[in-house]
Design a protein around this ligand. Structure first.
Ligand code: MN
Length: 283
């Protein structure tokens, strides 16, 4: 491991309920590179927090979790997808919850492929990520939901917080009946209603959550690869994580690019990971 593990990840692999691993991969980045530094920056930020979480009334040390460290620096998406899927599958087969830290959003479908297909996928993202291919790569970060939908079904995945897609993505979305929840709808009608709608849309008990940090407004989380105005607030994202955590069979958080801010984006990601971990014990 290049740096310290995630704070309070003191359990062994065998004892852990949640297993963290980092994927420092940003080779399909189209605008601002640097999410390869995300996993270690998020781990470093994780030491900021108390183990007691006052809003949950419990201590994160009550939940056993382990940090595997980072996967290697892959040179191609093919290689990355193969190894990330294998790692995810190994964790799932051991009866544990994989929690991947990116790296870019291209890691998400790779983690999902390690899970059984009977899972609903809820994403938070400024972007629909529904291109069939981008810059000649089907595993680009811009295709994350397309690849996820191919695995679990286009009616079993929904991204929320969306405020940007191309005209081709719009056509494909309509043709393939992919639903989404816009950031504007969330601001008008509230985050609780959006989570209800997302759960209803995917129609599964078991949920995989993928958080592209650019779902959050760049005023709060400027350290991302593709910042997009009109985003969610940190508290709205916390509400999503708190609601979904008891049903999670896997999660990733991606696109934190620490060179582009003063550390606040990694700090938020670290806190959201802690919210997810403690929430898995709130069945
Ligand atoms: Mn995005």
């Amino acid at each position: 491991m290049g740096s310290r593990g995630f704070a309070d990840a003191v359990a062994s692999f065998d004892d852990a309920r949640v297993v963290i691993f980092g994927v420092p991969f940003d080779r399909t980045c189209s605008f601002r590179a640097g999410s390869r530094w995300g996993p270690d920056a998020i781990r470093e930020a994780s030491y900021n927090f108390e183990t007691y979480m006052m809003d949950h009334g419990r201590d994160i040390l009550d939940v056993k979790f382990h940090d595997l460290g980072n996967l290697p620096d892959f040179s191609t998406t093919t290689e990355m997808v193969k190894e990330v899927s294998a790692t995810s599958e190994r964790i799932v087969r051991a009866g544990k919850i994989p929690l991947a830290i990116g790296g870019e959003h291209s890691i998400a479908p790779a983690v999902v492929r390690g899970l059984p297909k009977e899972v609903g996928v809820i994403g938070l993202d400024a972007h629909l990520d529904f291109r069939d291919s981008y810059l000649d790569d089907k595993w680009s970060h811009a295709c994350s939901q397309r690849r996820i939908g191919e695995h679990v079904g286009f009616d079993r995945t929904v991204y929320a917080g969306v405020r940007s897609f191309s005209s081709e993505e719009k056509e494909d979305r309509e043709r393939l009946s992919l639903s989404f929840i816009s950031a504007f709808e969330i601001h008008q009608r509230g985050i609780e209603r959006a989570v209800d709608r997302a759960l209803h849309a995917v129609g599964r008990e078991k949920i995989y959550l993928t958080i592209d940090t650019d779902a959050v407004d760049p005023a709060f989380a400027p350290g991302v690869g593709n910042p997009e105005p009109f985003g969610l607030t940190p508290l709205q994202v916390k509400a999503v994580v708190n609601t979904l955590a008891p049903r999670l069979v896997g999660m990733d958080i991606n696109e934190v690019s620490p060179a582009w801010d003063q550390g606040q984006t990694a700090l938020l990601a670290a806190r959201l990971i802690r919210e997810a971990i403690i929430g898995t014990a709130e069945k």
